[in-house]
Write a protein that binds this ligand. Sequence first.
Ligand SMILES: [Zn+2]
Length: 223
Amino acid sequence: MADRCGFTITVPNAARDRIAGDMGLNLEDAEVIQDETELYTELYDDSANFAHALIMEEWAKDGISFFGHHGEGCEYGAGDFAAHGGKCIQVEASQGQGGPLVPINRDGTIPARALAEARTYWDTLAEAKRALGITEEAKPAAESTEGYRFWCPACKATDSIDVTATVFVRLMQYQGDPDHIETDADLAHDYSHEWDHSSPARCDACGYCGKVGDFDHAAKEVA
Ligand SMILES: [Zn+2]
């Protein structure tokens, strides 16, 4: 059985011959991109059977750091992968190398496990790149949380937290038209928005969903 896809992998030069051999690539005519530092090489395989998913685990177990992306096959979707420290993390990804995909629950939250896997992938990718001598462009400075009480536990945003609140709104109805019901927040003159630590909250910057208490760092230090 074969189920093939396009496959791009960046490997340390020390492991390049072994990996190319395992992939069945002939380095003489394979598509190879060599970096100037001669530390790592990008290999491309246009017919990777089952996206080399099993052999990849072997490379990782032998302590090789690498990362890459593969397209979709007949029975599997596109994926991103990164390996470092003996572990290989494989995640579903968008076809166009846009990073890991996670499902969204019916209530708009993200399954905790999928989010954790995506984060592990990003962390492993950063470690693999460091091990290969690839320096990332400087990340934008993390937002300072100093002087604030609430911030997103995932991305530390202090200005993008939305909380669900209970608020009185005026019920608007029309005589002779009982099915026509509207609500008006201004008419009710209720400027108090009731919410507490158990109110659902989300970060509009990164999509993190939780309870207000997850965003309240003063409460955590007290606890
Ligand atoms: Zn966030």
